[in-house]
Design a protein around this ligand. Sequence first.
Ligand code: FEO
Length: 161
Amino acid sequence: MKKKIQEALNDQINKELYSAYLYLSMSAYLEAQSLPGAAKWMKLQAEEEVEHAMKIFSFVNERDGRVLLAPIEGPKQEWTSPLEVFQQALKHEIFVTESINNIVTSASDEKDYATLNFLQWFVAEQVEEEANARENVEMFKRVENNPHGLFMVDRALAARE
Ligand code: FEO
């Protein structure tokens, strides 16, 4: 595996683990806001992010590359509202999509077809991740400052398995 691709994949492992840390922090905030369903949704999302990191971790090893773990930045801890949490989660997913797209471009430039093929799963996953994040933002927008509406949205998010 070329150094440039290895570095980009290591950097993506860090971003995925940071995503997990960020979503866990969001989960803690939502729990403190008495929104257990939204908190559960975010906690499950954090677990998914760890799985994303581990997929890349295994791929780098499989390709005889070297995984080098870097420090994970501390996440934000406070938000002004549940809506702000979900808006930032969407913004973060768009950032992750851009990051994946950049590695796709590099893999293509380097004619690294194995990495290119591997990344297709992430390209598809990001479509889903952004769609889910957008749907959540829309739900919270509709019920902002309406306690009964918030209760219903929280119940809907609690259904995630
Ligand atoms: Fe691993 Fe939510 O992107």
